[in-house]
Design a protein around this ligand. Structure first.
Ligand code: NAD
Ligand code: TYD
Length: 373
């Protein structure tokens, strides 16, 4: 039996995965089987626009479930696996690293092993056509000094957080399955994403929502840490390019060539909200009583205790994917951030729904004892 034009996506109810699934069906019109455990970070509401669409099937399940993964592969005979499923938040990995090892390392191993079994059963043409695309992060490379060159595909791995270490381990397993067994794998290492559907535990959506509500905006350390921001749709278009034109066994760095200090990002969000949202009313000195004056949201910024082991700077050298696959980002940071702020303003119901009890418990844990400095 031959491969079909279906793809199997893991973690397609999360932030990047759901953007990818929506973009994939729009761009290609071909079917997606979406395997997602629906942890706190997975939200079927992200895929509401696909309800009743026969091209999308959401399967609630664990990538650690070898039997389930094997049976999905045999049933749907996908031409590719695009693997997003992961525990993805650095701060959580400091508190509960076990979940990161389980999903990111053992889960990726299980998926690879089932993919290898399925792939081995294919005829020669299909074995050549099949792809396993592993979505990874720039955090595997560690941290940069202010004048260091950006991370290239040749940069040595030096992961610093349990999250980064678990992703590095998964990257190595993917590499090994190519080297040892010939599985046609592709790995992408991308910088920080932002955009619609990002869970509000990450910097940008957290700051947007807190600033809307007049809550403190927690900036870790001195706010001078640098991230290289990429609009999520650009990450998705890069993954499509790698899937279609990437060379098996290769890794591709993906980035927006857009380094920003955290404090600058937070200031920009404050200014955008001052412009785009109702003004923030000033509190008088007496509890909840308010006067009619408004205050700039920058005043909500609160410097808090730093993240342990906090990487200072990430920057991606994306010249390989540009040169080999002719991919470049379409969105600039300023316009992408404006679109993102507008999206959160337009989707208050989505935000209310994701702020479940589990999320509130995390906020209490992460910020409750993080003293203001
Ligand atoms: P996310 O946390 O928003 O979503 C992860 C998804 O995986 C969720 O839907 C969750 O339910 C699912 N999941 C978790 N454990 C699972 C399991 N055991 N089995 C099946 N599904 C499971 O993450 P994201 O930000 O969308 O990141 C997606 C991928 O991209 C991750 O692999 C991450 O390492 C990588 N990445 C993220 C960024 C970023 O800025 N967010 C940057 C580069 C790379
Ligand atoms: P985050 O969105 O968690 O992504 P990552 O740690 O994967 O880069 O954080 C982005 C940057 O923002 C990082 O340097 C940590 C910082 N940060 C804060 O200053 N305050 C916060 O409340 C959060 C969540 C992050």
């Amino acid at each position: 039996m031959k491969l079909t034009n279906t793809i199997l996506v893991t973690g397609g109810a999360g932030f990047i995965g759901s953007n990818f699934v929506l973009g994939w069906i729009e761009a290609t019109g071909t079917p997606v089987v979406n395997l997602d455990l629906l942890t706190y970070a997975g939200n079927p509401e992200n895929l509401a626009s696909l309800e009743g669409d026969a091209r999308h099937r959401l399967v609630r399940g664990d990538i650690n479930d070898a039997e389930l993964v094997g049976s999905l592969l045999r049933e749907h005979r996908p031409r590719a696996i695009v693997h997003f499923a992961a525990e993805s938040h650095v701060d959580r990995s400091i508190v509960v690293p076990d979940a990161f090892i389980r999903t990111n390392v053992h889960g990726t191993f299980t998926l690879l092993d089932q993919a290898k079994r399925f792939w081995s059963s294919l005829d020669e043409d299909d074995r050549r056509a099949f792809r396993f695309l592993h979505v990874s992060t720039d955090e595997v490379y560690g941290t940069l000094g202010p004048n260091d060159p950006a991370f290239s595909e040749a940069t040595a791995y030096a992961p610093n957080s349990p999250y980064a270490a678990s992703k590095a381990a998964s990257d190595h397993l993917v590499r090994a399955y190519h080297h040892t067994f010939g599985l046609p794998v592709l790995t992408t290492n991308c910088s920080n994403n932002y955009g619609p559907f990002q869970f509000p535990e990450k910097l940008i959506p957290l700051v947007i929502l807190n600033a809307l509500e007049g809550k403190p905006l927690p900036v870790y350390g001195d706010g001078g840490n640098v991230r290289d921001w990429l609009y999520v749709e650009d990450h998705c278009s890069a993954i499509r390019a790698v899937l279609e034109r990437g060379r098996p066994g290769e890794t591709y760095n993906i980035g927006g060539c857009c380094e920003r200090k955290n404090l600058d990002v937070v200031n920009t969000i404050c200014d955008l909200l001052d412009e785009m949202a109702p003004p923030l009313a000033a509190k008088t000195g007496h509890g909840a009583a308010r006067n009619s004056a408004s205050v700039p949201r920058r005043q909500l910024i609160t410097f808090v205790q730093d993240r342990p082991g906090h990487d200072r700077r990430y920057a991606i050298d994306a010249s390989k994917i540009e040169r080999e696959l002719r991919w470049t980002p379409a969105e600039r940071f300023e316009s992408g951030l404006r679109r993102t702020v507008q999206w959160y303003l337009d989707h208050r119901v989505w935000t209310e729904n994701v702020r479940s009890g589990a999320y509130l418990a995390w906020i209490e844990h992460n910020y409750g004892e993080r003293l203001a400095r």
